[in-house]
Design a protein around this ligand. Structure first.
Ligand code: BG6
Length: 582
């Protein structure tokens, strides 16, 4: 599972008692710790991508119960772990780690009257969130148990062995017959058999045969990690906003910001680089529009040369997927030295930016292997959308019904994204039609200007074609001079108050024979008349969130153009996943 990216690892097995080995860093280091001579017939293992609790040895999985009779590994997030931990501590359960996962073995211990399947069945009625869990128990040395909710769990059926895993590559070297477990299904495996239970009843499941080789399995059958990560976005948005919205009270939950008095802040400066900067430009508009707090997104490398732009009454929000980008980190240090509070938005626990910033919020995109940011970008926007809402609630600048409308909109996003992913064949056709062009313009207005910039960046990063993102209104003030039949223009045209103005801009472009690809709403039946090609996106009540739909279409467009040009899409030339040098 190493290809998925991780920060620590661990295993445990029953050899008379439960033995457990874990460490931060690579699996290869963990292997050195494990004694060669053991008779274990079972085992569980885990590569960790920290979400709750830093990447340390004590936070690495597996986790044990008090009597070290049960050992557990977990992929996902237990949303109500803090309440459960408190209850268990009142019953004298001692906790060692900062993780959400550690409540699981303690809950199994609490509910275990000798039948561990029954105990697991009780526990899944108590925990909330997403999980794939595997469990071993000292009393059943040749068995492993598993259960899932939202996170993937696959059963591999081998010769005299059975395997449970988060993904196929872990199984393929040993078996190609698998069963994909569904939500709420509990499985027990022994070397010779497996049983699957649902609501306490035994059930039969269809066995499937895997044709993939290991390499393609790591990409879940996608040709590139970048394409796989584009398809992961509906889940990533769900994970990133999960636990942040109390749908009953309409409350936005950012406990990490309890000490941040946003109404005392004069202005907000958002500092970032690359795609994170474009996400910052969208968050800038969302915060300013909703809470009225003056907000400015600035390239970190520019902010460094302009430090008196911030003062102690401000707040600096630093956005970085990796949490390691040198320029962005420097602005956090600069702000801290100037006594300005800093809030980091990052995707990596234990990263430098988490250590440097006063407040930290995590996107939950999981490891991003493709150098070009895709799922981390949309996760930043989704988290920024809730942050803007939280600030406007804190500053009492938003009416309750508006809050409800916005929460309803963001919860619709994963399904809307699925619809656009469903149009990939159509987008691939368009990419084929335009992949030989040498120059592109991307046009957007308002909250979609940063999307035009990000769309152009994606094409540059992975296809090496020159592309420029511009504000629709700027076209006539220069770029129009560059247009001809070999310079396609991609125009983001939601049906909003600028629709007429945007369509007249398109007519000026068409007057120069430049091809136009419009991205507009499903219900816009007019657009065909004005442009060469149309990509349709579902409409969403809060237009600001059309950004999340538009960018998925643009990511796919860039991906397929780069694929037609046979580029090394996951590792484009001259680029790095994070630039850690100034
Ligand atoms: C570049 C990456 O190196 O850094 C981009 O190739 C990324 O994808 C940019 O957007 C900023 O990185 P980060 O980790 O600070 O968001």
């Amino acid at each position: 599972m190493e290809y998925r990216g991780y920060d620590s690892a661990g295993i445990s097995f029953v050899n008379e008692k439960i033995e457990i080995y874990k460490n931060t860093g690579f699996v290869s280091d963990l292997i050195k710790k494990i004694p060669k001579n053991h008779e274990a017939k079972n085992g569980i293992g885990h590569t960790r991508w920290a979400t709750h609790g830093k990447p340390t040895e004590k936070n690495a999985h597996p986790h044990l119960d008090c009597n070290e009779e049960v050992s557990v590994v977990h992929n996902g997030i237990i949303e109500n772990y803090l309440d459960l931990k408190e209850e268990l501590q009142k019953k004298n359960h001692k906790f060692i780690s900062d993780t959400d996962t550690e409540v699981i073995p303690h809950l199994i211990e609490e509910n275990n009257n000798g039948d561990i399947i029954k105990a697991i069945n009780k526990v899944i009625k108590i925990i909330k969130g997403s999980y794939a869990i595997t469990v071993i128990s000292k009393n059943n040395p040749s068995e492993v148990y598993g259960v899932r909710m939202k996170s993937p769990l696959i059963l591999g059926i081998g010769k005299n062995e059975h395997i449970l895993a988060s993904d196929v590559p872990a199984i393929l070297p040993y078996a190609n017959k698998v069963i994909y477990l569904e939500d709420g299904e509990i499985v027990r495996i022994t070397p010779d058999e497996y049983n699957i239970f649902k609501n306490g009843e035994k059930i039969n499941k269809e066995v499937q045969e895997i044709e993939w080789n290991i390499k393609s399995a790591e990409k879940s059958g996608y040709k590139h990690f970048t394409l796989k990560e584009i398809h992961e976005q509906p889940r990533v948005i769900r994970d990133t906003i999960s636990g942040r919205i109390d749908e009953v009270t309409g409350k936005i939950i950012f406990n990490e910001l309890n000490n941040l008095k946003i109404h005392d802040r004069n202005k907000i400066v958002i500092s970032a680089m690359g795609s994170s900067l474009y996400a910052g430009m969208i968050i800038e508009r969302l915060i300013e529009e909703q809470s009225g707090i003056y907000t400015k997104a600035v390239s970190a490398s520019e902010l460094i040369s302009f430090e008196n732009q911030i003062n102690t009454a401000d707040l600096v929000i630093a956005i970085s997927q990796s949490g390691e980008t040198a320029d962005t980190l420097e602005t956090v240090k600069m702000a801290r030295e100037a006594g300005v509070p800093t809030l980091a938005i990052t995707n990596v626990l234990g990263s430098n930016i988490e250590r440097e910033a006063d407040y930290v919020l995590f996107t939950r995109a999981g490891p991003e292997i493709g150098v070009a940011a895709t799922k981390s970008f949309t996760a930043q926007i989704a988290l920024g959308y809730l942050l803007a809402l939280y600030f406007s609630i804190e500053t009492k600048t938003i009416e309750p019904n508006k809050i409800k409308q916005k929460l309803k909109s963001i919860l619709q996003v994963p399904r809307g994204m699925m619809k656009i992913l469903g149009k990939k064949e159509r987008i691939a056709e368009l990419a084929k039609k335009y992949h030989k062009e040498k120059d592109f313009f991307y046009m957007g207005r308002g909250v979609n200007l940063p999307i035009a910039l990000e769309g152009a960046l994606k094409l540059k990063e992975i296809s090496y074609i020159h592309a420029e993102g511009i504000a629709s209104g700027d076209l006539k003030h220069g770029p129009l001079a560059l247009l001809d039949r070999n310079v396609p223009v991609i125009s983001l045209i939601p049906i909003d108050k600028f629709y007429r103005r945007n369509t007249s801009t398109i007519k000026q472009i068409k007057a120069r024979d430049a091809p136009v690809i419009a991205i507009t709403y499903d219900r816009d039946k007019e657009m065909e008349k004005f442009v060469d090609d149309v990509i349709r996106i579902p409409e969403i009540e809060d237009e600001d969130l059309s950004t999340l739909y538009n960018i998925v279409a643009l990511q796919l467009f860039s991906y397929y153009i780069a694929d037609y040009l046979k580029r090394d899409i996951d590792k484009p030339r001259n680029l790095a996943k994070s630039v850690t040098v100034e």
